[in-house]
Write a protein that binds this ligand. Structure first.
Ligand code: SF4
Length: 338
């Protein structure tokens, strides 16, 4: 590991001021950043510890939603009664991620900012456009079982690894960001992460020196017809091959609103609002779920090792929507790929 300096920020403005210099990184739970530093992938000159900032609360918002501070631990959010009652889709996704020990340390903001688990990204002896722009992509033509089938580019086919973010995308969450001039910026969650395009080294639309302060959930519940389905190689402590956050509003036997977000298939949580609109006004029946799954995957492209993800994703979308329609009371997270 390379030498670096360390300081603790006493307030938000001090944290942002310290991070205005290049080579500075915020640290909170550190569950991803420390690994990246050990592997020599991240090489910060300085770490600014933000654990002392007053961003560790879950609060009601004036419009009846919930505000989750940047430093709320994943385990605290997963077991908060308000989240369990009003946003069980989010609670299920949180509990599907990582391990209890990691969830105790990991924060909401850190979960959002975690980086891909592409093997080549972590191996500094291999080409990787995300780690070293212009060096090439080891995964294209290489081992790519975990990689993306939607929204890829010729420069990167990595996936975003989070479960929580898939649920936040489905729930129309917003990210609140503090800026260096003292102002606050609000970014719709679906626009927070980027597709790789020509700049795979840029994961998000967060600006230099900006600090996530909170995630806000709107006053809108899907507390009966929802599911978070995660398909993975083993029953726990594994990243999703494919995951689906699905929620439905069913009125008078017809679908009045729907949300479908996919994980494990793209560089960001994948929402397709045109596909969701296809279900509105339809009865919650398998034939319509199959049609919407085919539509979502219309441009899906395998890379060889991950070709299986296309039929897997199709079946996962249908199963998740059926579970949501049936009012499956708890998220179905413990699904293993045979
Ligand atoms: Fe790097 Fe992206 Fe290629 Fe992985 S998929 S090797 S992260 S450029």
């Amino acid at each position: 590991m390379r030498p670096f300096s360390y300081s603790r920020a006493a307030d938000i403005s001090e944290a942002i001021r310290e991070a205005s210099v290049s080579g500075v990184k915020f640290i909170a739970g550190g569950t991803n950043l420390i690994d990246l530093m050990k592997e020599d992938v991240e090489r910060p000159m300085r770490l600014v510890d933000i654990n002392q900032l007053p961003l560790d609360r879950i609060e009601e918002t004036p419009d009846g939603g919930l505000r989750l501070g940047d430093l709320v631990r994943n385990s605290v959010a997963a077991h908060d009664q308000r989240i369990a009652d009003r946003y069980p889709l989010l609670a299920g996704a949180l509990l599907a991620g990582a391990s209890p020990q990691l969830r105790n340390a990991a924060t909401i903001g850190g979960n959002i900012m975690q980086r891909t688990r592409c093997y080549y990204f972590y191996d500094v002896g291999t080409p990787c456009n995300k780690r070293r722009p212009g060096s090439g992509c080891g995964a294209i033509g290489g081992v790519n079982r975990l990689h993306a089938i939607l929204g890829t580019s010729d420069h990167c086919i990595a996936t975003h690894p989070s479960d929580m973010c898939v649920a936040l995308a489905a729930l129309n969450a917003e990210v609140r960001v503090a800026q260096s001039d003292g102002n606050e910026r609000v970014i719709p969650f679906v626009d927070f992460h980027r597709l790789p395009g020509d700049t795979p080294e840029v994961d998000t639309n967060l600006g230099p020196g900006e600090l996530i302060t909170a995630v806000e959930l709107p006053n809108e519940t899907f507390n009966r017809h929802y599911t978070y389905l995660k398909l993975r190689d083993r029953l726990s402590y594994a990243f999703a091959l494919v995951s689906v956050a699905a929620a439905l509003k069913i009125e008078s036997g017809q679908i009045a609103d729907t949300r479908i977000a996919l994980g494990g298939v793209a560089h960001k949580p994948w929402r397709d609002k045109d596909a969701e609109a296809l279900l509105v006004g339809k009865p919650p029946e398998r034939q319509h779920f199959e049609a919407v799954a085919a539509f979502i995957l219309r441009d899906a492209k395998g890379q060889g090792g991950n070709d299986f993800k296309i039929p897997l994703a199709r079946k996962a979308i249908v199963r998740a929507l059926e579970q949501a329609a049936n009012g499956t009371p708890q998220s179905q997270t413990d699904k293993r790929v045979a």
